[in-house]
Write a protein that binds this ligand. Sequence first.
Ligand code: KG4
Ligand code: ZN
Length: 342
Amino acid sequence: MTNNPPIRILALESSCDETAAAIVENGRKLLADVVFSQIDLHALYGGVVPEIASRAHVEACDRVIDEALRQAGLSFADIDALAVTYGPGLVGALLTGVSCMKGLSYALRKPLIPVNHIEGHIAANYLSHPDLEPPFLCLVVSGGHSHLVNVPDYATYELLGQTWDDAAGEAFDKAARVLGLPYPGGPRVDALAEEGDPAYLHLPEPHTEGRYDYSFSGVKTAFLNAVNRLEMTGQPLPKADLAASFRHAVVEQLAGKAMLAARETGAAKLALAGGVSANRELRRRMTAECEKAGLPLYMPELRFCGDNGAMIGSAAYWRFLRGETAPLTLNAVPGLRLVSGN
Ligand code: KG4
Ligand code: ZN
């Protein structure tokens, strides 16, 4: 694929509730992948507690890096560059990772590549699909973002549309709360929905100004009101039917706009990315729609849908080739955008 000598990047991800380290060769080949999930630490509180996340990252950073080197059978001397997520995310969580990798970069005299977390999610597809090359259209759906992005080249992005309010993952998490399901809610709503009737409850379709924009707050409010009304009857909630109806409404919107954008922009390929790309209905629906449209579809393997270090190591490679490294003044940027100005 490339004539460059092998470049091995050690990457760290700590933007939310996963402390993850990975070693990736030439942006595509995974040599080590270690993910320490903090889910157990936050479950008690029903969501991520930023202070607890920061402390847990501090404690886990060194351990996941050591474990990644051990898994790959490598030492620091075999690493060409370091990479770290510097935004978007929780400021304290990001800062622990950025500080850790700046320290390593200084001590080892190795370049440090700053990576945007959303860019990482997109790059997860390069790990799962060795044949995938830009240009492609990407639907990025995570806990904090719902974007339709055109990827004309490696590490180059054009924002076609985004959510006006909640992100798709955030909406799934809120629906889970309403149904009394524990954190993290998205996967639980998805699992429950498998046994439910999506036609049980009709939820409204939003109207957005931009053709490729999303909005999930109306669906969420309508869902909450419907559940409240049902609760007032004193009958047990048909949770599986409610979960299926909610999932159907969200997936309908995600898939509908993604296919519209693919058609209208003449996209040659379509990719999914982010935590919500693990959603079973979204994967089935996109597979069916793309098959119908004759459009190649790329989805990350399930292990690369959620947060991980491997995707950061892949995204970093394309930046490294362009000579984009960070000075030791690098700071965490919690509100970092994928495309500046948007
Ligand atoms: O990408 P991610 O791991 O973290 C962020 O960058 O935000 O995404 C996490 C989000 C959470 O909101 C989680 O509930 C959602 O992705 N999620 C799902 C599924 N798996 C994870 N939502 C719906 N269905 C799933 N199977
Ligand atoms: Zn993420």
